[in-house]
Design a protein around this ligand. Sequence first.
Ligand SMILES: [Zn+2]
Length: 170
Amino acid sequence: MALGRDHDRATLIGCVPAGLLAGFWLGWSLGVLTAAAFAWGGLWLSPDLDTRSRALKRWGPLGWIWRPYRTLIPHRSLFSHGPLIGTGLRLAWMQTVVMVAWFTLSALPGWSYPTPSEALPLVLAWLQKHPDPLLAVLLGLETSVWLHLILDGDPLPAEWPRRWRHRRRR
Ligand SMILES: [Zn+2]
């Protein structure tokens, strides 16, 4: 299994080919977006947020928002290190935290920015018209997870082979 600094180094190197490949496919500005999402995915939104990791430390004083995630999800389980499901759950958790914070702040007196109910329909309509930036970001986030899994020595989460072994024995 790779150490945190090996993951960091590989992320910073890997974001270049990921950005180039996405650039050929989606155009160069979206390639840059994919490279940035790849780097952010590896350094901040890493599967290792399920344990005390370098990624977790990068969140600084906001690290506590990952406490429930870390408590509920065992390290290297399907739910953090599973392809697609890991990224999906981390994004869903982050979205939940952002929405709770946004709803709370917008309820305070003197709030002069758009509320979630004002802004979300506009954001969704924009994304429906321009899905490519979202695709570029998701591509960067997910491919950085795959690099992480390969470096961990197994592209499958730790509990999968264990389950298969179990099933075969039965
Ligand atoms: Zn890991």
